[in-house]
Unconditional design. Structure first.
Length: 202
C-alpha cells in the first residue's frame, strides 16, 4: 500500500523555508521545523529526507518563488536597468517580512560551520553562478556601447553582487528600508551608463 499523505507537502515546505530564512540552516533545529510545519519528524523524513535535503528543497523553492527578479533583470534593455531591477528586487526581498529579514542564502552561508560545509559550498555555487550570468550581461552591454570601454564586466558584476549581499546583511542587522533604498539610489546615480541614458536620468 502506498503512503497516505496526511499533510500538504507544499505548505510544509513553505513553513520550513520560513524557519530556515529566519534561523539559517544550522540555527534551525528539527524541533523548530516540526513545530512550524505541524508535521512529526518521521513525516518530514519520509517526505523530504534529512535536514540537508529539506534545506535544499527549501532553497529551490526560495529561488523559484522569491528570486525570479534576478533572471528578469538580465533581460532589461540597458546595464543601468539591469542593476536597477536587480537591486530594487533585492531591496523588496530583504525587507519583505520583519520575521525573516535579509536573504536565505546569505544568512545561511554566513552561519555555516565546518559541519555544514556542503551546505555552504552549495550556497556559494549558486551565488557564483548568478554573478557569472551578470558578468556575461555586462559583457554584452559593453559590446553594445552601453558601458564605457574602461569598465571591467567581471568587476562590475562582483560590485553589484556585493552591494546586494551587503544589503541582506544590513537588513538582517536592522537597517531600515529607507536606508537601503538610499543606498540603491546612490549606486544607480553613479553607474557608468551611456550618455543617452544618463541624460534621461537627469
Amino acid at each position: 500500500m502506498g503512503r497516505h499523505k496526511q499533510f500538504d507537502e507544499g505548505e510544509a515546505l513553505d513553513a520550513a523555508l520560513a524557519v530556515f530564512w529566519q534561523k539559517s540552516y544550522e540555527g534551525a533545529s528539527f524541533d523548530d521545523l516540526t513545530k512550524a510545519t505541524g508535521v512529526a519528524r518521521p513525516g518530514l523524513y519520509a517526505a523530504f529526507g534529512n535536514k540537508a535535503s529539506l534545506f535544499g528543497k527549501a532553497l529551490d523553492l526560495y529561488q523559484t518563488k522569491y528570486m525570479c527578479f534576478m533572471t528578469e533583470a538580465l533581460d532589461a534593455p540597458t546595464s543601468l536597468k539591469v542593476v536597477e531591477h536587480m537591486l530594487r528586487g533585492a531591496l523588496a526581498l530583504h525587507t519583505l517580512d520583519a520575521a525573516h529579514p535579509g536573504c536565505l542564502g546569505i544568512n545561511g552561508a554566513l552561519a555555516c560551520s565546518d559541519d555544514a560545509e556542503a551546505i555552504r559550498r552549495e550556497l556559494v555555487r549558486r551565488r557564483e553562478l548568478a554573478q557569472a550570468l551578470l558578468a556575461q550581461r555586462f559583457e554584452r552591454a559593453k559590446a553594445e556601447d552601453d558601458l564605457p570601454a574602461w569598465v571591467n564586466p567581471a568587476h562590475s558584476a562582483f560590485y553589484v553582487m556585493t552591494v546586494s549581499q551587503g544589503m541582506a546583511v544590513q537588513a538582517k542587522a536592522g537597517a531600515s528600508k529607507d536606508a537601503l533604498a538610499g543606498l540603491v539610489n546612490h549606486v544607480l546615480s553613479t553607474w557608468p551608463s551611456s550618455k543617452a541614458e544618463c541624460g534621461e536620468q537627469r
